[in-house]
Design a protein around this ligand. Sequence first.
Ligand code: AMO
Length: 419
Amino acid sequence: MMNSKNTDMVEIAGWVHEIRDLGGIRFLLVRTRDDIVQITFSKRKVSSELIDKVKTISRESVIRVKGIISKDERAPNGFEVIPNSLDILAIAKSPLPLDPTDKVVAELETRLDQRFLDMRRPKIKSIFMIRSLVVRAIRDFFYKKDFVEVNTPKIVSIATEGGAALFPISYFDKEAFLNQSPQLYKQILMSSGFERVFEIGPIFRAEEYSTRKHLNEATSIDIEMSYADDNDVIRLLEELIIYIYRYINTNADRYLKTIGIDLKIPTRPFKQVSYDEAIEIVNLEWGDDFGSLEEKKLGSVIGEHYFIREWPLKSKPYYTMPLEKDRKILSKSFDLMHPRVELASGSQRINDYELLKKQIEMRGLNLDNFSFYLDAFKYGMPPHAGWGLGLDRLIMTMLDLDNVREAVMFPRDRRRLVP
Ligand code: AMO
C-alpha cells in the first residue's frame, strides 16, 4: 500500500482475496504482500462505471486501486478505501486449483503442487518472511563476530560425508557429484588463513527418504573456525540459536501472530549429555546410532535444545578429532538436538596430516581422491572446529511445522522435482 502526498489518498495493488456482494454494496478484500485491505464499492460513493467494472473481476485477479482512506471499525485493520480509480492488471481464471483464503484445507502434496498459490496464503507467506529474517539474523550475527562469508563449489569430485549417498551429474567427460556438505572446502579455507568462515548454501543428499525431516536438497549453515575446539563452537552455536530467536521475537512479531506462534526463547546453557549417558537413557548398545524413537525418548527425558557429545569415533566422519576416554575411542564431536529432530552436528577436526590420512584409509576410502584436501594439511593447518546447522529444520522446529517441506518454498524429495 502506498500513501500519496495527500495523506488520505492511497494506492493499493494486490490480489482480490475475497469478494462480498451485499446488493447495493460490494466489498473487495485486496491482499498485498503484508496486508489485507477492504475496498468498498458503494453505489452512493463510487461512480457507476467503477461499479460495472468491479463486477467483472474474479477472485485472485490482480488489481490496482486509488482511493481515499476512511475509518471503519468493521473492516480489517479498522479502515476501508473508497476507490476513485480501478485498474484490472491481470484476470485470474476460475475455478482456482487451491483456495488462498484458508477456508478449505488442502493436503500438503496438493499445496506443494500449487505452491505459487499456497504461498499467497498469509500464514504460509509468513513462514518465508520469517525464514528471510532468520537468514538476515544469521548474517548479522556472524558479521558482528568477524566471520567471512564464503561460497564453496556445489559441483564436486568426491563424497564428503562418507555414508550419505550422492547425486551423480554429467560434467563434460568427468564423473562429478552435487556436494553433500561444504566440509572439505571450509576446512581448506582454514589452511588459507581465513580463520572464521560461514556459508549459507544448498547441500544435496541422495537417500530415498520418506520422513518428515529429510529433504534431498537442504540449506545448511556451515561454519569453520581456527584456533577453536569443540567447546568453543558449541558455545557459538548456542549463542546463535538464542540470537535468532530473539531477533525473530523482536522483528517478526506480526508474522508470528499470523502463524499463531508464541516463540519461547530457549535458555542458555543448553543441556549436554555424553553419548554414553544418552545410550543408557534409551537402552542402546554401545556404538549404535539413535533412531527416531530413541530421539523422541531422549527429547522427552532431556527436553528442549540439548547437545549429545563425545560420540564413538567410528560413528563420525574421518575428519573428526579422536578422544580417548575410559579406554574407549570417542571423538570431540557433538550433535545439537531439538526434541523433534537433530538440528546440527559438528566437531573439532583433525589438523594433523598423518592422522587424517590414517583415518581416511581406515574407513576404506581412496586416498588419491582426497589429495586436493590433504594437501591443505601438509603445509601448516591450524587447529580448527566447526559445525553444520540445517536451516530448514531450524525453521520447522521454531515455527512448530509438521513437516520440514513446509519450511522450504520448493522442496525436493524422492518424488518431487517440480515445481
Ligand atoms: P550433517 O550431515 O549432520 O553434518 O548435516 C548437518 C545438518 O544439516 C541438516 N541436514 C538435513 N536437513 C534436511 N534433510 C536432510 N537430508 C539433511 N541432511 C543434513 C541437519 C544436520 O544436522 N559436515 C557436517 C557438519 C560439520 O561437521 O560441520 C555435516 O554435513 O540439520
